[in-house]
Design a protein around this ligand. Structure first.
Ligand SMILES: NC(=O)c1ccc[n+]([C@@H]2O[C@H](COP(=O)([O-])OP(=O)(O)OC[C@H]3O[C@@H](n4cnc5c(N)ncnc54)[C@H](OP(=O)(O)O)[C@@H]3O)[C@@H](O)[C@H]2O)c1
Length: 176
């Protein structure tokens, strides 16, 4: 706004008084309950942690969930507890995972959504303790695995949704 306009407004306020502003808002609340109903969701790394919490919430919202992980015993225990399916796989083993993905996708009737959650963190003790093997393993799991699984998913499940890793604070707000 120009100086002239400020002055004009000032004079107007002096003569007429400052206007009272009213703001109206239409607040619409919608139920979350049906958003995920019958959606077929693949969560990598769902046997514990954030993936587990997502799986639990999605199942409670009526989604058909499949969790993945490397340890079959814990996957089975969690899948029984939550009432979901599981796929034992190592996401860093990209060739094998992409070969198997098509069959798994067919079994479930076509995924609507992929959540790339599986990941490891090897740098938490000390920066100086990280070895080259650990570094490679973390990148193969957290980055390469999710990247190539997303490639298979987008190729096969056209029109689906992909979520990248979410921040823990966001998940706390949304799900926990
Ligand atoms: N927790 C945090 O504060 C935090 C912060 C920022 C980002 N994140 C990211 O959020 C994600 C989940 O974290 P979280 O704390 O919930 O982890 P978590 O409790 O350690 O759980 C990791 C899950 O991923 C699976 N997993 C690990 N490596 C795998 C592989 N190669 N192939 C398939 N599954 C694999 C694990 O099962 P198996 O061991 O049986 O394979 C487990 O189900 C990770 O990607 C992490 O990097 C976490």
């Amino acid at each position: 706004m120009s100086l002239k306009q400020y002055l004009k407004r000032g004079i107007k306020y002096i003569i007429n008084g400052q206007p009272v502003l009213h703001t109206t808002a239409n607040i619409v609340t919608s139920s979350w309950n049906d958003l995920l109903k019958d959606k077929r969701i693949l969560i990598t790394g769902g046997s514990k942690g954030i993936g587990f919490s997502m799986a639990k919430k999605f199942v409670s919202e009526g989604a058909k969930v499949m969790i993945t992980g490397r340890n079959e015993d814990s996957l089975k225990t969690v899948a029984d507890e939550l009432g979901c399916m599981y796929w034992c796989m190592d996401v860093s083993n990209t060739d094998k995972v992409c070969q198997q993905f098509k069959n798994v996708d067919e079994q479930i009737g076509g995924f609507n959504c992929l959540i790339n959650n599986a990941g490891i963190s090897l740098h938490e003790k000390s920066f100086f303790d990280v070895t080259v093997n650990q570094f490679d393993s973390q990148f193969s799991t957290n980055l390469k695995g999710g990247y190539f699984l997303t490639q298979c998913f987008t190729d096969i499940c056209k029109g689906g949704e992909i979520t990248a890793k979410l921040s823990l604070s966001l998940l706390n707000e949304v799900f926990l």
